[in-house]
Design a protein. Sequence first.
Length: 296
Amino acid sequence: MPTKNGSGRGSGSTATTNPPGNQTPNTPDINESEIARLKVDQLRDRLRRRGVTGTADMRKDDLVKALVKAMKDGAKKSTSARTGGSSGSGSSRSGSSAKKSTSSANPPGNQTPNTPDVNESEIARLKVDELRSRLRARGVAGTADMPKADLVKALVKSLTDGSGASSSSRGGGGVRKGPQTSKSIKYAQEVTSVDDEPERPGRSLVTTDHEVIRRWAEARKGVPTTVDGTEHDGHAGVLRFDFPSNGREQRLREISWEEWFRTFDERRLNFIYQEERSDGKQSNFFRLESPDREDG
């Protein structure tokens, strides 16, 4: 017969409230058995979406543990953000205790309270071209002569205060439409942010969001390029990605993300792609289409 604690409930009551396969008390949405059934590529992709790097050489059991931990940590942060770190002692707290609670709730490397998705350490590791590209995507101009330290500060400020372009002014994932909009675009799932996930493996997706495109390419070690000889008036020509798994193509010339996205937006292109093939394996398929011209 189980012993009762001070609240009058048996010591085994917590275990019975968790669903089968869930070894994470108080987190009913995290089912380890279900996570363990995911494929390696799916585990790595979900970890990447949560900002976890260095998974390339990890075995499946380690990937499972890492994803469970990331999900548990995310649940803790979410709870802390909603409760303000309160331990039930009342809603009124002194200014010093409030600051202490907020500080302890932020993950390592994040010095931006209440913005868990803004990690300054991660931003500081970006290259100058990537920083300028992200700032330009947010509508921040005048970055050409800024040193890296100032670019980092500007991007952090833009992310934390919500300044910069609205999602609609930078594409925001919204599909561009015109007289030559293809059936491929009409029947594809629209992706508007990095938080969106495919409805099923093999699903055709479409977006114009810079961050979605950049992360998709970088997850496959894709490099932004233009086809050599197609440039005109000093502008990039036909846009492509060069994937190392396909072998480097001599006809492709590497360009910066800033130039790639500037050309992408100027030509009002849509990015049609897949995250996974129907068999669950990572897909490198993508196509660029213009709704204004049949040749894209």
